[in-house]
Design a protein around this ligand. Structure first.
Ligand code: ZN
Length: 501
């Protein structure tokens, strides 16, 4: 192999190893770390972050890179390269340009601000008082506006922030998809609510946590996710982190009154973990073995959590398992009653508790607000009123307090603007993938009823996971689903499921 490529691969691997070490620090922070270690931990993370930034922007990396690809135009300067090598070069160029456009001083300023903002947000949420967080949010918006200018954009400053999370996706494209989606989701929601009659009385019990742990382990076992490469722990907010394809870590949380919330979150995080586990360990560190985007990642978790986990076939498989784990509590449970209960559609204030139908409306609201904050057409002080008005318009409910409204998400306090749309895109991608998958594999339901999920796992692996960053998110979805990206298949999936004839 070309010695320049060898050098780039080695740099890329060093960056990935440092990022894995950083991920381990984050994982530990959210699972086992003693409380008093907060400051020491943030110093450790900052150090690793600066080492990563140094590697990403180093002269030797730049020299090797610009010998093979024109950094300005993206033109490949060497012949005899394989398509995989060209794909690596394009991704390295993208990453290098992003890292070098953001100066060290900016990274430091952002990290100092967000550390303080996170505390302020947490305090404001506790006290249900947005005005305590507003001064920090103003600074965060200003910093993101600056970031957009540093990164550059063609049409809208939000493009620059969105592209960091969903490469190659523009504000305009998201705007088109989201406005069509909301126009159809709102009447769909009304129709479903008129028809729906649900009886959740079987949930009126306490479900001991030690038993609930058995149900999450049963899910991992059904998916053949064993402890040789995956850990399951507990955290306040469930998450998934991967240090290497052979070291995936997920968390869940347990609510004694709701055994289904643990099952949903285990399936969700397992979906993320399966993606990471299927990435090629032999090319570890290179873009070939990195996930394609936040949106694609979310499509994998939502595919398992909703398309599969909330299907009738899954309920048929899982009901007897649940009854065995909870013989007293769920004595009368049937697959039908489980299916109805986990597919209840109710507008609610909190995004992370939202059902499949209302979920994207929560995201569309956030996208519209972020876009307006970044282009200056909305001021932070007006945010709570705008939030509540949009909640009323989209979901027909108004949060009584800010902790149930504008203060509920951690993202803005962490400086993340441009992230939210990937959650809805993940659902849209999942709906489009699921439609295609069902067409190619109508046998999946019978297999799932019997606890065999390998057809689904292999399909997602072949269509999405093994490609790493060879394709853009849009290309990946279009190649896998054999259709152009649109919100239509997702809407069809929802209509067929919730309004069957
Ligand atoms: Zn997720």
């Amino acid at each position: 192999m070309n010695s320049l490529l060898t050098s780039l691969l080695s740099h890329s691997k060093t960056i990935a190893l440092l990022k894995a070490a950083e991920s381990l620090l984050f994982w530990d922070q959210d699972t086992y770390m003693p409380k008093e270690a907060v400051e020491a931990r943030s110093e450790q993370i900052q150090l690793i972050n600066s080492l990563i930034h140094k590697e990403e922007t180093s002269d030797s990396f730049k020299d090797a890179l610009e010998s093979l690809i024109n950094l300005k135009t993206g033109e490949i300067l060497s012949e005899d390269l394989t398509t995989d090598e060209i794909s690596n070069l394009k991704n390295w160029r993208r990453d290098f340009l992003i890292s070098t456009k953001i100066p060290d001083s900016f990274v430091k300023e952002e990290s100092e601000l967000t550390t303080k903002a996170l505390h302020a947000w947490s305090d404001a949420r506790k006290k249900k008082d947005f005005s305590l967080f507003a001064p920090y949010l103003k600074k965060i918006v200003a910093l993101n506006q600056k970031k957009a200018e540093l990164l550059g954009y063609k049409e809208h400053p939000y493009d620059a922030l969105l592209d960091l999370h969903e490469p190659d996706m523009t504000t305009k494209e998201v705007d088109v998809i989201f406005s069509k989606l909301s126009k159809k989701l709102i009447p769909l929601l009304k129709k479903i609510q008129e028809k729906q009659a649900t009886n959740n009385s079987f949930m009126n019990h306490e479900f001991p946590i030690d038993k609930q742990k058995k149900s999450s382990l049963a899910i991992l076992e059904s998916l053949k996710l064993d402890s040789s490469f995956l850990r399951l722990d507990t955290s306040t907010h469930p998450f998934s982190i991967s240090l290497h394809p052979t070291d995936c870590r997920i968390t869940t949380r347990y609510d004694v009154k709701d055994p289904m919330s643990n099952i949903s979150s285990t399936l969700h995080e397992a979906g993320h973990a399966m993606y990471e586990h299927d990435l090629d360990p032999t090319t570890f560190g290179s873009p070939l073995s990195q996930s394609a985007s936040y949106g694609i990642h979310e499509s994998q978790s939502r595919f398992w959590e909703t398309c599969i986990g909330k299907s009738h076939a899954f309920c048929e498989y899982f009901t007897p398992i649940l009854k065995k784990i909870f013989p007293d509590e769920l004595n009368d449970l049937s697959a039908d009653s489980l299916y109805d209960a986990i597919n209840t559609v109710t507008p609610s204030f909190i995004r992370v508790e939202a059902d499949e139908v209302t979920y994207c409306l929560h995201i569309i609201l956030r996208f519209e607000i972020e876009k307006a904050l970044i282009d200056g057409s909305l001021l932070v002080d007006d945010l709570p009123a705008v939030w509540n008005a949009k909640m009323q318009e989209y979901l027909g409910i108004t949060p009584p307090t800010d902790d149930l409204g504008v203060l509920q998400d951690v993202h803005w306090s962490m400086g993340a603007i441009g992230y939210f749309p990937t959650y809805a895109l993940g659902n849209i991608y999942a709906g489009q993938l699921f439609t295609r998958f069902k067409k190619e594999h109508p046998e999946w339901e019978n297999e799932a009823k019997n606890g065999n999920f390998s057809t689904i796992q292999n399909w997602l692996k072949d269509q999405i996971h093994i490609h790493g960053r060879r394709f853009t998110p849009k290309e990946l979805i279009e190649n896998a689903s054999k259709q152009e990206l649109s919100e239509e298949l997702y809407l069809e999936y929802l209509s067929e499921k919730y309004l069957p004839n």
